[in-house]
Design a protein around this ligand. Sequence first.
Ligand code: ADP
Ligand code: MG
Ligand code: MG
Length: 207
Amino acid sequence: MLDTAKAAEIIRAIAARMEAEKDFLTQLDNEIGDGDHGINLARGFKSVLEKLPELEGGDIGGLLKGTGMQLVSNVGGASGPLYGTAFMKAGNALKGKTEATAAEFAVAMEAAIGGIKMRGKSEEGEKTMLDALCPAYKALSEAIDGGDELKDALTKAIEAAAKGVEYTKTIIATKGRASYLGERSIGHQDPGATSSLYMLQEMEKCL
Ligand code: ADP
Ligand code: MG
Ligand code: MG
């Protein structure tokens, strides 16, 4: 069962992971972008940490919404508005809830992905974070429909996301800065898909 305290623990774990992976994510972005993805996310989640004490006393929806708003207003790059929208949409889906079931988590994740697609005008297969998140959501919802607990469903989601990250190496970027490289983007792993995988891993570890 996911409650507000657990959700706050997950946000703290994600913030720590983004700080830990800052250099690696930035290095990935150096290859096909402008070399700031890790810096952007570490900065964004640092600002979320500052806001967290105010947010963790309420419901999960408010916590996620506040997280998203911090990301939107503190990250300059594409990933700030995209992840920010994702967290805000997830927050909206869990509005007023101090506990969420696995099925409700899946609904929130679906809303988050819908937010990214809308804001990014993007779809799966364009070498973005969606190539980790969409297969992860598919695996997660199938697992939950099959009766899995949230942690087990997330384990399956992570496997799917990791495959998605590998898949980004084989395709051409058609969205974001990496799209400027065209065919030269092939062979490189997408930074945003990678950071999405890390976020899912932190969720699973905390449950
Ligand atoms: P910027 O490209 O503005 O420097 P970041 O480096 O922080 O921003 O984030 C880059 C990541 O954002 C990419 O690796 C990709 O996964 C993701 N991204 C970029 N554009 C889009 C989009 N339109 N839809 C979904 N994800 C996107
Ligand atoms: Mg960048
Ligand atoms: Mg940038």
